[in-house]
Design a protein around this ligand. Structure first.
Ligand code: AMP
Ligand code: ZN
Length: 670
């Protein structure tokens, strides 16, 4: 074969395999057996090894990542990612239209677009190559998820056309098609994993996975809907959408140019009826003023553009039958009732389960097994039982009685005075609590252990390899058992063990938070660690001593005392201490913590160059200051960064509140 024949063969394989991927993932209709697929993939991979120069960057061999990245880097958005004003009412749309007319006259058009229900993503291209993909985050900064986004077939890694600028940003919505969602979610249910509530959550969960190899297995798609360039390239949004489609981006074919608000409302009505025939979820329609000059004239409020609005479809409600109620036990032992329903189509998805919150809610609804119930699903929420159709109740229907014992382990349930939730107290013997506690311990905000995820913990527990947090630190002795675990290669094992080893260096406050003592969140853990300085003084602290610590009230003090009174907990702590974990606060933690800001209140606003807002808040709090959420006469300082909202600034100035920079703040502590 000549070189050009080989190149031709490779191109054909790339094209064919990408099509199969699309059939499999997006359409959920595989048109080739897995075996055939793997053979073709292997042929391509072999050719690529022989002729690396001929490799196509769009090749499906390049899409299966495998890099584990525990932490995403935070990236500042060049243009903030704002939200959209939204409404459920047509009158609001007409008012919006009226405001625009007042500002720019009658000569304008709307681009009407579907409002895709996924997560927004900012993509930056340099010289036609995808350079960076960043989530919306808090609007000013997001997570760099480039390696995960590169696994999405429908996002071009390299643009093949011409006419695009050297550098540009494009924004869109990453989502999962419903068919793929159903298939993968069913897989999860069969494997005993927690199913996702809807495609949006599944897509969002996927984009945040640490392992891009895993991301590649979960099909995502992306519609693009905004182009940002340094120099204006087009006069209208509509033109730019046509252009980016030519450059190779996936642009929704249902977008429509509308000459009037009546046309736009007709478009809304049409999709209100027809949206369930789409292969993906939408939760509304977005109207955007088409002309860029007019957009510019209209400008922005602090939160959203004045030239766009979204109309959201109302939550739908259906009637179905309550088959029974099951009870889920969480990490802290909290027991949540779940309604199992006769499957029913609601807002385009099949609903089988709905939340019932707690025993009071069951009581309020007066639920009986077999009741006909009304179920509602809003854009954001998991379906919820809102009421019972008592007319349809059968005479012998049995009342739903909240259990007195834990469904997972049989212990008697407890409910504390004044609380709505029941707890299973058997924290050391109840499977979901055991797994949940270890998952909490390894989580990012606690010990942040690389190479270990929730699913691995479940698998390790099922194999009997971990039952307590301390068992993680003896895993290295169990190489044989680890090697026998399915889908758990040598590399993953050594990554995991390395991560566990490194976690021994995590500071005392993280260890304390990781223990998962009820009501001891991150901030409390930090305060307690700084005050007591080591675990022994904390264990021996009296109630009075505990509540003398800033921010520790009676409820937290009691919870700490209860926790340390339990011999099993002390035994665990001893084992962890022997394993080498930190139970003494480091100098740094102690030095950082002071009372210098005690009694002072702060609001943090805007973006800072060196520190994130969380970091600033940490510094303020660990030095005794308090963070407030809004500006009032009582506030002592406004810590202001770049791009602060004008209304905040105005309010602070009016109330004569000192506005300081992050540097000023650090100087106060020096
Ligand atoms: P909201 O979060 O309700 O303020 O709505 C704003 C979000 O809608 C944006 O951040 C996007 O993620 C999403 N969205 C979905 N479809 C579109 C679209 N066609 N145009 C603009 N935003 C969209
Ligand atoms: Zn239990």
């Amino acid at each position: 074969m000549s070189l050009s024949d080989i190149k031709q063969r490779m191109d054909a394989l790339v094209k064919e395999l990408n099509q199969h991927n699309y059939n499999y993932y997006v359409l959920a209709q595989p048109s080739i057996s897995d075996f055939e697929f793997d053979q073709k993939l292997k042929e391509l991979a072999d050719l690529e090894t022989q002729y690396p120069d001929l490799q196509d960057s769009d090749s499906p061999t390049q899409k299966v990542g495998g890099d584990i990245t525990k932490e995403f880097q935070t990236v500042k958005h060049r243009w903030p990612m704002l939200s959209l004003g939204n409404t459920y009412s047509e009158q609001d749309l007409r008012d919006f239209d009226e405001r625009i007319r007042k500002a720019i006259g009658n000569d304008f058009q709307y681009v009407c677009e579907l409002k895709f229900d996924g997560l927004s993503m900012s993509l930056t291209y340099e010289n036609g190559k995808l350079a960076r993909a960043v989530t919306r985050g808090d609007g000013t900064r997001g997570d760099d998820v480039t390696s995960n986004i590169k696994t999405i077939n429908r996002i071009p890694k390299n643009l093949r056309s011409t006419g695009f600028p050297e550098s540009f940003e494009i924004r869109g919505e990453v989502f999962m098609h419903r068919a793929a969602f159903d298939r993968l979610n069913n897989d999860r249910i069969e494997k005993g994993e927690v199913p996702y509530a809807n495609p949006r959550n599944f897509a969002a969960g996927t984009v945040k996975l640490q392992d891009s190899g895993e991301v590649a297995k979960r099909p995502l798609d992306c519609f693009l809907y905004f182009l940002y360039t340094d120099k204006p390239l087009f006069k209208t949004h509509w033109e730019s959408l046509q252009a980016v489609a030519d450059w190779g981006f996936h642009v929704c074919e249902h977008n429509k140019l509308c000459a009037s608000i009546d046309d736009a409302i007709a478009f809304i009505h049409y999709w209100g009826e027809n949206r369930f025939n789409l292969s993906y979820d939408i939760d509304g329609i977005v109207l955007k003023v088409n002309n860029y000059a007019q957009q510019h004239e209209l400008g922005f409020t602090a939160k959203s553009p004045r030239w766009a609005i979204s109309y959201k479809y109302k939550a739908e409600e259906v009637e179905t039958v309550l088959q029974n109620v099951s009870y889920q036990v969480g990490r802290t032992g909290a027991v949540t009732p779940v309604a199992n329903l006769k499957p029913v189509l609601l807002a385009g998805t099949t609903v089988k389960r709905a939340t019932l919150h707690n025993a009071n809610e069951i009581e309020r609804l007066g639920l009986h097994v077999g009741d006909s119930v009304f179920v509602e699903k809003g854009g954001e929420i998991i379906p919820k039982v809102i009421s019972v159709n008592t007319l349809k109740r059968t005479p012998n229907a049995e009342k739903v009685i909240y259990p007195t014992v834990c469904p997972e382990c049989g212990s008697n349930l407890l409910r504390k005075e004044g609380e709505a939730v029941h707890y299973c107290p058997n924290d050391e013997g109840c499977p979901p609590q055991i797994v949940g506690k270890i998952q909490h311990f390894i989580s990012r905000k606690a010990m942040n252990i690389d190479g270990l995820g929730d699913e691995t913990i479940e698998a390790l527990y099922r194999k009997g390899l971990v039952e307590h947090i301390s068992d993680l630190y003896t895993l290295y002795e169990k190489a044989d058992e680890l090697n026998q675990m399915e889908r758990f290669g040598q590399k993953s094992i050594s990554n995991m063990l390395d991560g566990i080893e490194r976690s021994k260096q995590m500071p005392f406050e993280k260890v304390l938070f990781g223990l998962g003592i009820r009501y001891v969140g991150e901030t409390v853990a930090r305060k307690v660690a700084a005050y007591f300085k080591n675990i022994d003084s904390l264990i021996n602290a009296s109630y009075d001593e505990l509540i003398s610590v800033d921010e520790i009230g009676g409820r937290i003090a009691e919870s700490l005392i209860d926790y340390f009174e339990e011999p099993r907990h002390l035994e665990q702590i001893e084992k962890l201490r022997l394993a080498g974990l930190q139970f003494v606060a480091e100098e740094r933690e102690l030095a950082l913590a002071s009372d210098k800001l005690s009694g002072k209140t702060f609001v943090i606003s805007g973006v800072f160059e060196d520190l994130s807002r969380d970091e600033l808040a940490n510094i303020i709090e660990s030095n005794g200051g308090k963070i407030l959420s809004s500006i009032s006469g009582k506030l002592n300082y406004l810590v202001a960064g770049d791009n602060m909202g004008p209304s905040k600034l105005e309010k602070a100035t009016k109330l004569n509140i000192p506005i300081i920079s992050d540097k000023d703040l650090l100087n106060m502590l020096a």
